[in-house]
Design a protein around this ligand. Structure first.
Ligand code: HEC
Ligand code: HEC
Ligand code: HEC
Ligand code: HEC
Length: 127
């Protein structure tokens, strides 16, 4: 009897650990390219937390932004619980760049303006 209770408690804590890991961006190492119907390049390596710490980005909304209806960025609001692909379709629409353009604009614009980080195709899409 006691043994089976211990076993259940152990199983529950393992389940809790796994659930916690799934919610945490700590171990995000690659950017998901599944939203692209037929990806032409390998998924981009991106160590989320290490990247953001090294680059000293503490405003999550620099990437996980939220806009109001007039296209004004809402300060102090973040869309970190959503994938880029939840809002950005494969093609541009009147308001938003399509998914590939959204990524390229987001990543490259900052790397170019800060003169740090990769800007060449092969640096972000290693073979
Ligand atoms: C700063 C990093 C960065 C650079 C530089 C970059 N890309 Fe990307 N690219 C991304 C990210 C991030 C994605 C979306 C996530 C993913 O594909 O894993 C993406 C997606 C793509 C996609 C759509 C997905 C696919 O595999 O079909 C293509 C095509 C692509 N890039 C081609 C290029 C080409 C060509 C260049 C050079 C002109 C380039 N990229 C430079 C980061 C970059
Ligand atoms: C909640 C929906 C939403 C999510 C999630 C989202 N975006 Fe956007 N994004 C928008 C809207 C709306 C616009 C158009 C804003 C405007 O009207 O100018 C936009 C515009 C952009 C632009 C062009 C304007 C700019 O800020 O430079 C880029 C680049 C971009 N998004 C990249 C991304 C990336 C990368 C992600 C994921 C990390 C992402 N977006 C997640 C809604 C979203
Ligand atoms: C340099 C841009 C950037 C910054 C800054 C950033 N993120 Fe992200 N984050 C991303 C991208 C890109 C993804 C992958 C989105 C996708 O797959 O659509 C992501 C994914 C996530 C995820 C989902 C993880 C998963 O495993 O799917 C969470 C949670 C998250 N970020 C939280 C945060 C928080 C909290 C902050 C601020 C402390 C932050 N992010 C800052 C770019 C950024
Ligand atoms: C707001 C600015 C900013 C944005 C947005 C940004 N980066 Fe960076 N990134 C940097 C800076 C700054 C560095 C250099 C950090 C250092 O080594 O000092 C860097 C370095 C990198 C590096 C090399 C070091 C490492 O962490 O492996 C990669 C790869 C990279 N970025 C990928 C990306 C991708 C992919 C995106 C888009 C999803 C992105 N970055 C968005 C600022 C940014």
């Amino acid at each position: 009897m006691k043994k089976s209770i211990i076993l259940i408690v152990m199983l529950l804590s393992v389940a809790a650990l796994l659930a916690g890991a799934a919610l945490c961006q700590d171990d995000l190492e690659y950017l998901d390219n599944e939203a692209f119907e037929d990806p032409r390049r390998p998924a981009v390596p991106f160590s989320h937390d290490t990247h953001n710490q090294t680059a000293e980005l503490d405003d999550c909304a620099q990437c996980h932004h939220v806009y109001d209806e007039d296209g004004q960025k809402i300060e102090d609001e973040s869309s970190e619980d959503q994938a880029c692909a939840d809002c950005h379709g494969l093609d541009d629409d009147e308001q938003k760049p399509g998914l590939m353009k959204a990524y390229h604009l987001n990543c490259k614009t900052c790397h170019i303006s800060s003169r740090k980080g990769p800007v060449a195709c092969g640096q972000c899409h290693p073979k």
